[in-house]
Design a protein around this ligand. Structure first.
Ligand SMILES: NC(=O)c1ccc[n+]([C@@H]2O[C@H](COP(=O)([O-])OP(=O)(O)OC[C@H]3O[C@@H](n4cnc5c(N)ncnc54)[C@H](O)[C@@H]3O)[C@@H](O)[C@H]2O)c1
Length: 318
């Protein structure tokens, strides 16, 4: 299949694209490459350094499916320039799906987020619950979902709401819970846990890539939103799991952010998807990469700090 991936050079895209190439797909990846470029050279891969806000010029000829990953991708990065984030995460997405439909694209898969629910007391946070986003990032995700789903009579639209992703990618992120604590343990022998009781849902990056592949292979699944997170775990529990694998002390400090959230992924499991990896694999893989010298600290691995250094705060919105 001919697939356009936006944000293909990011943390997820750099694992997803090699998987899709292996499956024989023909990929065009567009990305501003704010965090560099770690994609392989491949005859079936065309990478274009490009901003999705220039929507009119995104090459859509013969594209059958779009996997839309390009967003300002966490709360603190969005706060650097909320207007830029609305432009990228919502307006550019709207223009993209509208052009996609007019160009005969059959399926649109969107990387939403499990954080759209906000804080819930319910034990099972399913797709039916009301969304109460608690940050601008969450709001952009919620509004973008609504825009994309307004096209569901015209094409298949699958909005995936992933948990926090963990594990190794050629374009690494060390600003997400499991990755951050594991790297702290490896590099300093200590993990700083703020609070610790807060629950977070998690998904391994290889399962994440497999989720997108699952929807590609089952494009006639009903349009709609699907949670994707298979381990709800407190931060302290994550630290203890790391401690079992890496010798490190846990230092618990007071937190001013006691928020917990979890997601229930029964809906996607009922479609036949089953996760194959978990938090422990992610910890082991990060440790292995660290010990072999393949993973070193790098300012690019921390989204908001790196984006601050790119001075995107001052970039005008379109
Ligand atoms: N990593 C997670 O834990 C997680 C969890 C839930 C949802 N998501 C979502 O998944 C998607 C991918 O996340 P990621 O972890 O790979 O983040 P990432 O920041 O590594 O990747 C995003 C990529 O999009 C690119 N990009 C951003 N704005 C762009 C623009 N205007 N034009 C072209 N390219 C642009 C960036 O250069 C980057 O390579 C994001 O939409 C994110 O919100 C991520």
């Amino acid at each position: 299949m001919r697939i356009l991936i936006t944000g293909g050079s990011g943390y997820k895209g750099s694992v997803l694209i090699p998987l899709l190439l292996k499956e024989g797909h023909i990929i065009t990846s567009i990305d501003t490459e704010w965090f560099g470029h770690s994609l392989p050279e491949h005859p079936n891969l065309n990478t274009i350094r490009f901003d999705i806000r220039n929507t009119q010029n995104i090459p859509l000829k013969d594209i059958e499916v779009i996997i839309h990953l390009a967003n300002i991708a966490n709360d603190p990065s969005v706060e650097l320039n909320p207007l830029l984030s609305w432009d990228v995460n919502v307006l550019a997405g709207y223009r993209l799906i509208d052009r996609a439909y007019r160009n005969g694209v059959k399926q649109f898969i969107y990387a939403s987020s499990g954080s759209v629910y906000g804080i819930k007391n319910e034990e099972k946070v399913t797709e039916e619950l009301q969304l109460l986003p608690i940050s601008t990032y969450n709001e952009t995700k919620m509004i973008a979902e609504r825009v994309f789903l307004s096209y569901k009579e015209k094409m298949h639209v699958h909005c995936i709401r992933p948990a926090t992703v963990c594990g190794i990618s050629p374009r690494m992120r060390l600003d997400t819970a499991v990755n951050l604590l594991t790297f702290q343990a490896l590099s300093t022998g200590k993990m700083n846990v703020l609070g610790g009781d807060q629950v977070r849902p998690n998904i391994h990056i290889k399962d994440m890539a497999n989720v997108y592949l699952h929807f590609l292979n089952n494009s006639d699944l009903p349009s709609g939103c699907y949670n994707a997170g298979f381990e709800n775990c407190s931060i302290l529990n994550i630290a203890n799991r790391i401690k079992k694998i890496i010798k490190a002390d846990i230092i618990v400090k007071e937190s001013n952010d006691p928020r917990s959230y979890r997601i229930d992924s029964s809906k996607i499991l009922k479609t036949g998807f089953s996760p194959q990896y978990g938090i422990d694999e992610a910890i082991n893989q990060i440790a292995k990469a660290f010990h072999s010298g393949d993973l070193e600290d790098n300012p690019r691995f921390y989204n908001s700090k790196w984006m601050k250094s790119l001075n995107l705060e001052s970039q005008s919105s379109t």
